[in-house]
Design a protein around this ligand. Structure first.
Ligand SMILES: Nc1nc2ccc(CNc3ccc(C(=O)NCCCC(=O)O)cc3)cc2c(=O)[nH]1
Ligand SMILES: N[C@@H]1O[C@H](COP(=O)(O)O)[C@@H](O)[C@H]1O
Length: 205
């Protein structure tokens, strides 16, 4: 399954997906065939280049509208024969039109236990709420932000004295296990997004 990873920054989740898909012990049928960033010069692009994965920068600032940016991204994905998209620290909201075109073939990792703490500053909200357990969620992407069906979650303790930085680092450690696991469930046809918008587990035989 030809997978594209969309990034905007450091790309540690991209790295985890790369390491997973090239691991001969895993024998994954997911292959990362393209990495697209909306920001030039980010570390995630270096990670892809080091792994010999084609990269493309599509600057959202160069487009008059969100939809035109999304269309360029879609065309780039289609011409590369991409079958599945992983968002990994991609910080642009995608238009409903794009999300509909990739319905069931587009997932994201969010740094909280959804449906709690949606949006951009999950770790800050977690600390302010004083919860003792947080975590990460890998979910299908739907038009409503951070609201799609959840595929995998992993819990992470909140420790006394945690800051946004210490929390983010601990949660990322969980993301790097959860994301490859979620991609493998999909690539191995263990589950898919049902027409009712909920996870459908496919029989193993
Ligand atoms: N339609 C749809 N698209 C998404 C795009 C990215 C992410 C990743 N998580 C994200 C969640 C929130 C944001 C956000 O609010 N950014 C500030 C505004 C930036 C902008 O103007 O674009 C970005 C990524 C999730 C979604 C999603 O759940 N649904
Ligand atoms: N969506 C959020 O953005 C961050 C991306 O980090 P990286 O994968 O670029 O290191 C991760 O914490 C992820 O949960």
């Amino acid at each position: 399954m030809k997978v594209a990873v969309l990034i905007s920054g450091t790309g540690t989740n991209l790295q985890a997906l790369i390491d997973h898909t090239i691991d001969p012990k895993v024998g994954s049928c997911a292959e990362i065939a393209l990495v697209i960033s909306n920001i030039p010069g980010v570390k995630g692009l270096e990670r892809a280049e080091k792994a010999g994965i084609p990269t493309k920068v599509i600057r959202h600032k160069e487009f008059k509208s969100r939809v035109e940016f999304d269309m360029k991204v879609h065309e780039t994905l289609a011409s590369a024969g991409i079958e599945f998209i992983c968002l990994a620290g991609f910080m642009r909201i995608l238009s409903g039109e794009f999300v509909r075109k990739w319905h069931g073939r587009l997932i994201n990792v969010h740094p909280s236990l959804l449906p709690s703490f949606k949006g951009m500053n999950a770790h800050k909200l977690v600390l302010e709420a004083g919860v003792r357990v947080t975590g990460c969620s890998v979910h299908f992407v739907v038009e409503e932000v951070d609201a799609g069906a959840i595929i995998v979650q992993e819990a992470v303790p909140v420790c006394p004295g945690d800051t946004i930085e210490t929390l983010q680092e601990r949660v990322k450690g969980a993301e790097h296990k959860a994301y490859p696991r979620a991609l493998e469930l999909i690539a191995s046809n263990a589950l898919k997004l049902g027409d009712d918008g909920r996870i459908m587990w496919l029989n193993s035989d």
